[in-house]
Design a protein around this ligand. Sequence first.
Ligand code: PEP
Length: 251
Amino acid sequence: MRKNIVAGNWKMNKTLCEGISFAKELNDALTADAPHCDVVICTPFIHLASVAPLVAPAKIGVGAENCADKVSGAYTGEVSAAMVASTGATYVILGHSERRAYYGETVAMLEEKVKLALANGLVPIFCIGEVLEEREAGKQNEVVAAQMASVFSLSAEDFSKIILAYEPVWAIGTGKTATPAQAQEIHAYIRSLVADKYGKEIADDCSILYGGSCKPSNAKELFVNPDVDGGLIGGAALTIADFKGIIDAFK
Ligand code: PEP
């Protein structure tokens, strides 16, 4: 079933103490005022084991921001999907544009990561999106279609477990948001790619989130589009007021 989801990506922000306080406060806020969508917080690795037991799993899912493309072994500094799952986390962001741009993550590496995440019971939030020059050259569809190769080797059963996030790189952390029409247009295209590969039923059930300078003031106009099923939120996921404001767009 397609779900509406608001997921926060903390990136490299918040000390452990700050993360714990935020998780408790968010849990209290959503216990007092139940969300009308699924809510996920994706935190730095070191926060996961502390944060996961602090939130009601029925209300708030916890996820990592990355995992390794290897099972285990001599990969200093890496964290495997099994390790992430062992903390109580149930989601993992994969293919974020910052990972692709700064850490050289490729389509092939991401294919491995997605498979390992699924094999360990994690739900991948798989990110795709074009950079400004590609948008200006009208190549956004071509770019996202190529990025989808990382998940198009999955079986239909496995594909139906993943969440997609369209994040135009030119909108991430820039204050520049895609217009609702731009978001709807490319989300519909991404859904058509899924339909071509796996059929209409799986495409209809797939949640496709929008990410890129989403905030309380623009969340509703983005989420109201038929192919936009919520958001992956960076900067505005760092304060309770903004994150809750975005969650409330589904009310
Ligand atoms: C992100 O990095 O996933 C993101 C959407 O960031 P921001 O909301 O800050 O643009």
